[in-house]
Design a protein around this ligand. Structure first.
Ligand SMILES: Nc1ncnc2c1ncn2[C@@H]1O[C@H](COP(=O)(O)OP(=O)(O)OP(=O)(O)O)[C@@H](O)[C@H]1O
Ligand SMILES: [Mg+2]
Length: 163
């Protein structure tokens, strides 16, 4: 069974593309954030950001244990944490990006995120935090820029680089 992980800054289109890609190929889709929440895999609460911090080693252990008996051709993992899964298990990481920062800002503002949360996510995209972390983990990456493109176009790009 193959694992294909979608990572990237919030709002760059991970869930939109991972869900469409899974549907198209009939792969199993798993949202890793949801999995972490359901399995209570948090190590601390960040008062400033008002969110829970996930214990990524525990998440890896629980997730890999949880999927080992699943009978699927491939599992698509969606989360900005998915690149923390070991590269021995993940065949490819799709890094979703949005190089048009105004477009990304619009997507984040539309979610009613606070000004500081919008800023924080724009900074993460500018500094390519997820891509750098995924690269440092030794993953094989494919970066898809979602700026000014349709979902269909992006999925076709992913297909031609993954299949
Ligand atoms: N080419 C595209 N690919 C993906 N999403 C796009 C594209 N163009 C516009 N969008 C829009 O950008 C938004 C992306 O939101 P989405 O929830 O998929 O991001 P996310 O990376 O999963 O965020 P989070 O980390 O918060 O879960 C959606 O509103 C989607 O419709
Ligand atoms: Mg998402």
């Amino acid at each position: 069974m193959e694992l294909i992980a979608f990572t990237g800054t919030p709002g760059t289109g991970k869930s939109t593309l991972a869900e469409e890609f899974s549907r198209k190929h009939n792969y199993l889709y798993i949202n890793l954030n949801k999995f972490a929440k359901e399995h209570n895999l948090f190590e601390s609460y960040d008062e400033e950001k008002k969110c829970y911090e996930v214990d990524t080693s525990l998440l890896t252990k629980e997730f890999l244990g949880g999927i080992k008996d699943i009978d699927a051709k491939a599992i698509v993992v969606d989360s900005h944490l998915s690149h923390h899964l070991p590269n021995s298990e993940v065949s490819k990481i799709v890094v979703c990006a949005c190089t048009d920062l105004l477009e990304l800002k619009k997507r984040l503002v539309a979610r009613n995120y606070s000004e500081s949360k919008v800023r924080e996510n724009l900074d993460a995209e500018i500094f390519k935090v997820c891509e750098t972390e995924a690269n440092d983990q030794g993953h094989e990456l494919f970066v898809v820029d979602t700026a000014g493109k349709s979902v269909k176009e992006c999925v076709e790009e992913i297909d031609s680089n993954l299949v």
